[in-house]
Write a protein that binds this ligand. Structure first.
Ligand code: HEC
Length: 149
């Protein structure tokens, strides 16, 4: 998860550099992300157990709720972060999902004038740990289908 945080931080700079070079965003799927993490010697299995209360605080401090809702509270943007997501289950899956979607988030942050959040140390692990916990415990409207992926 620490590496997922570092990849996240990396996005705005990469976007700018790629735009200048006229290139498109590289695609990395979950398997490739797992291999990349192994190569970079990130060890998700050694992630410490997440601290839910720190994770909840991070969700506010990092500004996720300026755009997203959590169990229908907060921002109006989809997806609601308390919807169960397969990518909360592993660091590689989370990093791959964030890798694919951060260009969209960073672009929206720029147009809305919202500072793009940065992560260090165990912050990403605590945040995603809290989201996974929230997704498992949040009341859910039955009519809604969980996001595919
Ligand atoms: C400036 C607004 C903004 C902020 C701040 C923001 N997001 Fe997003 N988020 C978006 C947008 C827009 C999308 C859709 C992007 C896309 O699909 O390319 C998205 C997509 C997502 C998705 C779905 C990815 C998928 O696989 O569909 C998740 C999960 C997510 N954000 C989590 C977070 C978390 C956690 C934070 C805080 C650390 C955060 N977001 C902060 C705007 C934001």
């Amino acid at each position: 998860m620490e590496l997922a945080g570092r990849l996240w931080n990396h996005v705005p700079g990469m976007l700018a550099a790629l735009a200048e070079a006229g290139s498109t965003w590289p695609k990395i799927d979950v398997g490739e992300m797992g291999n990349l993490m192994a190569y970079l010697q990130a060890h998700p299995a050694r992630d410490p157990a997440p601290d839910f209360s720190k994770g909840r605080l991070l969700l506010l401090r990092k500004g996720c709720l300026k755009c997203h809702s959590l169990a229908r509270e907060g921002g109006r943007g989809e997806p609601d972060l308390a919807e169960p997501r397969a990518d909360y289950e592993s660091a590689a899956a989370w990093a791959a999902a964030m890798w694919a979607h951060t260009p969209g988030m960073a672009a929206m942050a720029i147009t809305k004038g919202i500072p793009y959040p940065r992560f260090s140390g165990d912050e990403m692990g605590n945040l995603v740990g809290f989201l996974k916990h929230a997704a498992a415990t949040a009341p859910r409207r039955r009519t809604q289908t969980a996001p595919s992926q």
